[in-house]
Design a protein around this ligand. Structure first.
Ligand SMILES: Cc1cc2nc3c(=O)[nH]c(=O)nc-3n(C[C@H](O)[C@H](O)[C@H](O)COP(=O)(O)OP(=O)(O)OC[C@H]3O[C@@H](n4cnc5c(N)ncnc54)[C@H](O)[C@@H]3O)c2cc1C
Length: 342
């Protein structure tokens, strides 16, 4: 079914900078929808370093990546942002009435007056393991993410990897799977100790199998895998029954579809002015790691500053008739009402 959503602003990317943009837009009564490829919010902070301490967020001598994301979510609660996760914005085009139309890879459509691109380093893309012919099975037997758990019900599932994603999906999918094998290069896991403990208990009880080695080939045909060929560290080969394979080899960042939206780019970054953070297309702003300008620093605090100035410019597009008076949250009762604190 095609969704059709109308809103003031669509923010492409729910990383820390996209999240803070909701706050700055909200203070100016601007409603925002956020779209992110990942199934969770927080961008690099949540995906790449949730437990690492950050030391240069103003007001927080130390806060973890996920801790910052949680605080940002608290801060933007009064503005009720709508999140559309696990979908990638694929196209962006101007409508005859001047609004922007965005479409996602899930087929839903958004119409808005302003677009804020807060897409960071672009889209996180799964790393493909070096298995000959694996492309022939991608999207049918080989998947790099679990979109619907039901797609794995009744299958011989092979999960490859030793990090949190591999372990989380081992624990979540084994009750549905006909059989589940976890394959890792060595008997040492980077995932959280609690997940590793639970996985080992399942192996001990015989509910799942743990195998050490690497996938060296796939057997099957017509897009359907039947077996994976696994090589152990001595080079001995064995076959593992597998009709669904989930390799979790980490993520890389690629600019992705942003490159096709007709916006000027400079070395895969979007040049903006430093008064409004607007792109070469009026009404499209770019903030955070995705933009470039003289002196740019890829720091979260710089993205927050950019969000504030972007909002002050976007408001004139969203509400062209409105007179805007600059106010402090400490002293403005109207801002405090919006924040729900009085
Ligand atoms: C290991 C590490 C440590 C770091 N430490 C610090 C630090 O100490 N201090 C600091 O200030 N900064 C630090 N950084 C940098 C900081 O994380 C980035 O500056 C920050 O995440 C940028 O935020 P962002 O919102 O612009 O982009 P991101 O966090 O990259 O978020 C962008 C989001 O956009 C989404 N997206 C991209 N394209 C699309 C699309 N087409 N459709 C839908 N969604 C899309 C992505 O999925 C992603 O979730 C660190 C980075 C790393 C990797």
């Amino acid at each position: 079914m095609t969704d059709h959503i109308e809103t003031d602003v669509v923010i492409v990317g729910a990383g820390p900078v996209g999240l803070f943009a909701v706050f700055e837009l909200g203070l100016l009564d601007i409603k925002a929808h956020l779209i992110d490829i990942l199934p969770k919010v927080g961008g690099q902070c949540a995906e790449l370093y949730p437990e690492k301490p950050i030391y240069d967020i103003p007001g927080y001598p130390v806060i973890t990546g996920q801790g910052l994301v949680d605080k940002l979510l608290d801060q933007i609660k009064p503005f009720h942002p709508t999140f559309h996760l696990a979908r990638m914005v694929e196209s962006l085009a101007r409508e005859p009435d001047g609004r922007w139309r965005l479409t996602s890879d899930r087929g839903d459509t958004f119409l808005c007056k302003v677009v804020v691109i807060a897409a960071g380093g672009g889209s996180f893309q799964p790393k493909r393991p070096p298995v000959p012919g694996i492309e022939d099975y991608e999207g049918t037997s080989v998947h790099y993410a679990v979109r619907r758990m039901e797609d794995f019900r009744g299958h011989d599932v092979l999960i490859v990897g030793g990090g949190d994603s591999a372990l989380d999906w081992t624990l979540n999918l084994h009750p549905l799977a006909k059989s589940l094998t976890l394959l890792h290069r060595r008997d040492d896991f980077r995932a959280s100790p609690d997940s590793v403990k639970k996985m080992r208990a399942l192996v001990d009880s015989g509910a799942i199998k743990l195998k050490l080695g690497q996938v060296s080939g796939l057997k099957g045909g017509a897009g359907q895998v039947t077996h994976a060929v696994v090589k152990d560290k001595e080079g001995a080969e064995s076959h593992v029954e597998a009709t669904r394979i989930l390799p979790f080899f980490g993520l890389t960042m690629k600019l992705g579809p942003v490159a096709n939206w007709g916006i000027n780019l400079n070395e895969n970054l979007i040049p903006v002015d430093t008064a409004k953070f607007e792109t070469s297309e009026p009404g499209i702003f770019a903030i955070g790691d995705i933009n470039t300008y003289p002196g740019k620093l890829k720091l979260i605090l710089c993205g927050f500053h950019e969000a504030a100035l972007m909002a002050q410019a976007a408001v004139h597009i969203v509400f062209p008739e409105k007179r805007i008076v600059f106010q402090y949250t400490t002293s403005s009762s109207s801002l405090q009402k919006k924040l729900g604190v009085i």
